[in-house]
Structure formats: structure tokens, C-alpha cells
Design a protein around this ligand. Sequence first.
Ligand code: GMT
Length: 375
Amino acid sequence: MKIGIICYPTYGGSGVVATELGKCLASQLGHEVHFITYDQPTRLDFFDENIYYHKVDIKTYPLFKYPPYELALTSKMVEVAESEQLDVLHAHYAIPHASAAYTAKKILAKKGINMPVVTTLHGTDVTLVGKDDSLGPVVAFSIDESDCVTSVSESLREETYQYFDLTTDIKVVPNFVDLNRFTKHKKDHFKKAICPEGEKLLIHVSNMREVKRADDALEIFKRVREKIPCKLLMVGDGPERARLEEKCYELRTCNDVRFLGKLAEVEEILSVADLFLMPSEKESFGLAALEAMACEVPVVSSNAGGIPEVNIEGVTGMMSNVGDVKDMAKNALYILDDENLPRFKENALKQAQRFNIVEICPQYEEVYKEAIKKS
Ligand code: GMT
């Protein structure tokens, strides 16, 4: 198949899932994959004969207070679909990709080209941004008009039906992890450098937006540090980062907290961590937690959204209500106890193996076939 993938090229979840899926479809399953986006996707930094990247060129003009990205994207989809003779367009994250794909489909139909559209819902495109009145009607319409719709968790599927009055069937295709890349790497020298006295190492990885409640990670760490020697790594970057760094000074923990920014090879640092913190307000799936688990790191998290589908209570980690940092700290101390840690680590890996990309990727292949048949 020739597959067009429309996604955000950023470090965050939906872009990562779209890129890893495209890589797998091309390298493992022999499809031709065309990424259509405004920048080189973060994890697409190599050559593969079956992978193409088409950059959306956004024109500015003094009249435009807001450059018309959606129109430029739609035009690029039409151009690529026609010139590369695509079989299917796969929009990752509904806004504005699903509505752009809908318009592209209509334009292509006028040219006598049938173009099936698959939309994958990732989370905030429904639960935060999508349900807002300013976008809701278009988001609901374009989801309903897609030939096939998938969501990354059961919880997101349910929430989507709660928020929108839809007639379409949403199929759950869970997120996945590349177990060849996300595996425990031998990086003992990292651990020695970060935790010279054998301290326990906690880690938080996110795009540091408000919804991640990274403050809570700092609060949990403060409480854990009162009981056992430990260090915290804060990985990623985002609008909250400067404030979070300030907060470490307020909490008087900055000697033991390091902000590392965005890391291209996050699996290397995950490999030396003992516990992953995901206190999110909302989380449709929690890909960052899954990647940590694949590196044998158990998870202390909130029980928001789809997290319970990934982090199994008392098995791969523990969960608390959103904002209950006291309970999360208690759970962290329980897991970090040398009596318990090896069991949690082992279980985390076993659970991650259930989300092996090699098994999940063909599920998307089936969705494409269904969309082609339907349209
Ligand atoms: O979490 C974010 O802010 C990024 C966002 C995205 O779309 O890039 O992540 C969402 O999609 C990920 C991949 O499907 C999921 O693992 C995340 O749970 C989801 N985030 C939220 O629902 C807040």
C-alpha cells in the first residue's frame, strides 16, 4: 500500500506514535509511507527507501493574522495523494488533520480519485481541545466523516462517545512500543554519575504542559526524599519548565533534581531509572509510561483516562487519584523498597511486551484495508 500519514512532527505522543507506525509499516511490512507535516518528524532522522517526507509550506501574507495552516495542509495532501497515487490517508490527531483530510477527500473526489481517510484520536484532540465549543462541531463532523476511526485506548473511545454525538464505530488500536529500541541498556556509568551513593532514581518525562501536573512529580519526590536517599530527573521541555525549575528552589530540592531537556535517546536514561512518575490530569494512554516499562521501570501514576489500561495496579506500578501526591509518595516508597522493586520491574517489562509494535502495527494494516473497502 501507499500510505499518507498526517501528523505533528513534535516530540509529543501523537507525533511519536505516527512516526513509529510509519517506520514499522515501511521497514517491517514493506509499504510505501509518505509523511505529510510542517517539519521533519522528531524520530524520522534516517534514510529508508520506503519513507518519504513532504513538507507543508505555509505562506504568510500581511493580511493573515493567523497563517492558514489547515488549507496549506489540505492542498499538500491533495498534491501528494494525486502525484504519489496514495491508497489511504491516515490523520493522527483530529485537529486539524481530520477536517483537512475530509476536504482533501472531497477535492480528490472531484478529480475522480477515491481517497479513504482513517483518523486516529490521541487524547487532547477530544478531551481538552476538541470538545471546546470553538472547535467541537468541526471535530465531531470530521471524525464522523472518516472512513475508519481508531482511538488509542478504550477510555478515549468511551470519552469520545460521551463528548460527541457520533454514528461512526471507533475501533481501539492501542499504542505500542519498539522493544528493540526501548529495552534496558547497560548504562551503569550513567547511574554512577547521577546516583554516586547508590541513591534510588526517579524520573519524569513529559512535554511539561499543565495537563501533565509535573509539579506533582516534584512534590512526590520531595516526600520520598524525606524518607530515602534519591534523585529525580526531569526530562522534556515545555511551557511549564521554567516555573518548575523555580519550584525546585522553593522546595529546596534542586541539589537532587536535574532538568535534562529533550533527549533524543530517552531509552538510555530510562534504563537506569528505578521509578517513573506520571501524575497527569488527563492521559488517554500514557505512551511515556509504556516506554519506561519496556526499560523495566515501574510506574507511579494517577488513574486518569487510559492509564489503568497500561499501568496495572499493584503489578506494574501503583495508581492514585489525580493530585493525591501524598498517596503517590507512599506508593513510590513501597515500590522502591528493595523487597518489592525487582518484582515490579519484571512485571513492568512483561506488561510492555503486550504492546509490541510488531503485533500492533498489522492492526492498522487491517484498518486501512477496511477503509479502502468501505470508501
Ligand atoms: O500528552 C500530550 O500532551 C501529547 C499528546 C499528543 O497528542 O501528542 O499525547 C496524547 O497522545 C499520546 C499518544 O497517543 C498518548 O499516549 C497521551 O496519553 C495523550 N495525551 C493526553 O491524553 C493528555
